[in-house]
Design a protein around this ligand. Sequence first.
Ligand code: SAM
Length: 225
Amino acid sequence: MEKLNKFQKIINKIYYLLFIENFKGKLKFNFPLNYGRIELIDYLIKKNKYTDYLEIGCDKDQLFSRVDIKNKTGVDPVSGGNIRKTSDQFFSNNKKKFDIIFIDGLHIYKQVKKDILNSIDCLNDNGLILVHDCMPDSLSKQAVPRYRMQWNGDAWKAIVDLRQSNELDIFTCEIDQGIGIIRKSKNTSILQINKPIKKLKFKDYFENYKLYLRVISLEELKKIF
Ligand SMILES: C[S@@+](CC[C@H](N)C(=O)[O-])C[C@H]1O[C@@H](n2cnc3c(N)ncnc32)[C@H](O)[C@@H]1O
């Protein structure tokens, strides 16, 4: 995980609060303590008899080493996984197809959106894309540029953006910092918002996150997937 220089942290914080947004509301989520990304991925692999897994952003293999599946590919420019590249470098000449893809690399909107679109191109029929860190509870946890260690980034904006597309069906499960679930099929609930993504603020998310992200519980997820 990227280390944050103390001085840079202060500069980023001042810049963000002065020029981007300053909002104090905090959300309270009920993320289950005993069911997170490892359990969800295991459930989906077993239920769908998946054999090919791709993880973007592996860090210390906290997740990668625990995914029980026939073929695993893990991409990270710094540590973990089995391919030492950025996601862009990897996708630019990848020829493999995957059943389940976990996106957890650089958590900024444009990169997450790019990772999702590249993942769609190498997803098998009936495959699923999962996106980590879609539900920040506070402004500081989603601020870009980043100014704190515990950070989700603004991956949520990629979900809001693609929820407006006809071709992708997207939900967000309220577990483990919010996990977006994307399948390549007709959108069964197209999101309509009257603001371009670049104008969206944390306050908009704070007030509308359930609708924006199409939030579902774990129980609901298991009825759908
Ligand atoms: C939050 S950690 C991943 C944690 C891991 N997936 C887990 O579940 O515990 C994010 C990782 O993304 C990596 N990363 C940063 N930029 C990236 C990029 N452009 N492409 C792929 N990985 C990236 C970082 O090196 C870091 O190891």
